[in-house]
Design a protein around this ligand. Structure first.
Ligand code: FCB
Length: 496
């Protein structure tokens, strides 16, 4: 299909339905699902309760210097004990769908034996989500590998993919009758390359070879789990969530900058997209990583397994980047979370430099670049999901800002309001251009444990007071609730 876009990525004609909407607003299609997302380790707490054992994030966060302020997920948002109130709050906000993850270390504490009490929790949670009239969206793996499996080699070892299938089937045994959308992995790029190559995330290794081996086995586990779940129930909606960047050359007329952007696109986006949608690694990426051992892990039949058809691709988008072969004059002030030594997450992109483009930044120092989301969705639809007839959902998009709460805990977060509005507008632009995006989940419902940053960065539309565990919807939550109930997207962020 030819898409109706101008070169700026904006639609060439006004959005459909705009004429019917109040001045300054755009219509959000009725069938478009608006939801919120979280992940188990970031909110649950209850570290050793009801038989849960440690995951790599428990070990990592208890390692001195690994997480800012020495924060851990031991208690986090105490969601394990507070899920009833949390789901009730989602209901009050009118949230249509809730994307959450199950903790492998709660369900299979030693990595192989099923712990029924762990499944009891997710059964209670899913039942409360359904009772609230909210559609559950289940992610099986949001980065929390049981430590017992890391002790046997972790994702760089092939056996971990088999254990993942056992775990997926155990969760399906309990919840298969009431959850219809199942995604295997959240952001395997981060699990593989931030966990095993840069060392900024658990388990904290710094090895390009281990990152590549992990990436292959993560995708293998994904493909095997999709095949096994599909065999159980052909009606399930199955897929995974990938995180993407939109890699632009700083100077498009400079071949070295074009090459720099190609490397980042290859080693972040296409290294997952091509095996999953085309059953092959991109030739240029194989060339980039030659000598780092990836080929030694690819066995006969692996790529066919990885390319098991999926029904849904989740898209996580925070920002894009401009890349050059030259260092920038002034870098983004992206101070690392801790003083622990780390290296680039890209296995073979030494000599590639990210450049700031003068865009506003969030408190993560991530540039705010909503138009990149439109370009990303258009590209995914044209090159991957359209031909495969795979549905597209934005499964994460959101921002951390330096929130200031008043005495009653309320945060007037205009910056987040305008972030959400502008990114939703970008999704509507993609829809207008003919990309059938089906939904958008804000990251995150609650402030939570932001990995290496601990509790220092707040992404929630609901504030969490970590002393009292009080939850207070921010202005952004009220704005999001209004968009859901009116199906009208206001422009800009000034009329909160
Ligand atoms: C994504 C993760 C999510 C959260 C956001 C800010 O990469 O999937 O858990 O940390 O970033």
């Amino acid at each position: 299909m030819t898409l109706n876009l101008t070169s700026s990525g904006r639609p060439a004609k006004p959005a459909a339905g705009v004429q019917d909407s109040p001045a300054g607003t755009r219509k959000v299609p009725d069938g478009f699902v608006l939801g919120v997302a979280t992940a188990a380790y970031q909110i649950e707490g209850a570290r050793h309760e009801d038989g849960r054992a440690d995951s790599i994030w428990d070990t990592f966060s208890h390692t001195p210097g690994a997480v800012a302020n020495g924060d851990t997920g031991d208690i986090a948002c105490d969601h394990y004990h507070r899920y009833v109130g949390d789901v009730a709050l989602m209901r009050r906000l009118g949230v249509q769908s809730y994307r959450f993850s199950t903790s492998w270390a709660r369900v299979c504490p030693d990595g192989r034996t099923v712990n029924p009490k762990g499944l009891d929790f997710y059964e209670r949670l899913v039942d409360s989500i359904l009772d609230a009239g909210i559609t559950p969206w289940l992610t099986l793996y949001h980065w929390d590998l049981p430590q017992a499996l890391e002790d046997r080699g972790g994702w760089p070892v092939r056996e971990t993919a088999d254990r993942f299938v056992d775990y997926a089937l155990a969760v399906h045994d309990r919840l298969g009758d009431r959850v219809s959308t199942w995604t295997t992995l959240n952001e395997p790029w981060c699990s593989a390359f931030v966990g095993y190559t840069s060392g900024e995330h658990a388990p904290g290794r710094q090895s390009p070879s281990d990152g590549l081996a992990a990436a292959h086995h993560l995708m293998l586990g994904h493909g095997q789990a999709v095949a096994a779940l599909r065999e159980r129930d052909p009606a399930l909606k199955l897929g995974l969530t990938l995180n993407f960047t939109v890699a632009d050359p700083v100077d498009p007329s400079n071949p070295s900058d074009v090459e720099a952007a190609r490397r980042i696109d290859g080693q972040m986006n296409r290294i997952f997209l091509d095996p999953i949608f085309r059953g092959e690694y991109p030739a240029d990426v194989l060339e980039d990583v030659r000598g780092l051992g990836l080929e030694t892990h690819i066995k006969d039949g692996d790529l066919a397994t990885i390319a098991t058809p999926i029904d849904v691709l989740g898209v996580n988008y925070y920002n894009g980047g401009a890349f050059s072969h030259l260092p920038p004059q002034s870098a983004l002030n992206a101070a690392p979370a801790t003083s622990r030594p780390t290296r680039s997450p890209f296995p073979a992109a030494d000599g590639v430099h990210g450049h700031p483009r003068g865009l506003p930044v969030t408190s993560m120092d991530w540039e705010v670049q909503p138009e990149g989301l439109t370009r990303l969705l258009v590209r995914l639809h044209e090159e991957y999901t359209g031909p495969a007839d795979t549905a597209l959902h934005v499964t994460e998009n959101g921002a951390a800002f330096d929130d200031e709460a008043n005495e009653s805990g309320f945060v007037q977060d205009e910056d987040r309001v305008s972030y959400v509005r502008s990114h939703l507008a970008s999704v509507l632009d993609a829809l207008d251009a003919g990309v059938p995006v089906q939904g958008y989940f804000y990251w995150s419902f609650l402030d939570n444990f932001e990995w290496a940053w601990g509790y220092a960065k707040r992404f929630g539309i609901v504030r969490v007071d970590y002393e009292t565990q009080a939850r207070t919807p921010k202005a952004s939550a009220l704005d999001f609730a209004r968009i859901i109930s009116t199906r009208e997207l206001p422009s800009g962020g000034n009329d909160v």
